[in-house]
Design a protein around this ligand. Structure first.
Ligand code: FES
Length: 69
């Protein structure tokens, strides 16, 4: 799904950027150009980044639990 219409950036691209280490909107703007025009996509982009961080945190926690057993 397109998140940033102005720059034709999809949720998939934002998730990939998060997986590659992008952790905040400033970095996302620098990497992909999200929210660099009208800014209407800003909130959704931040939400996707947050979801990705949360997802990664849960995955890391599960890995730690499994390895410590
Ligand atoms: S929709 Fe992203 S800058 Fe306009």
């Amino acid at each position: 799904m397109y998140v940033c219409i102005c720059n034709a950036i999809t949720d998939k691209q934002i998730r990939q950027a998060a997986d590659d280490g992008v952790s905040d909107l400033w970095q996302l703007q620098k990497e992909l150009g999200v929210a660099s025009n009208c800014g209407k996509c800003k909130q959704v982009a931040v939400e996707i980044l947050g979801e990705r961080k949360l997802h990664r945190g849960q995955s890391t926690g599960a890995t730690k639990s499994a390895s410590s057993v």
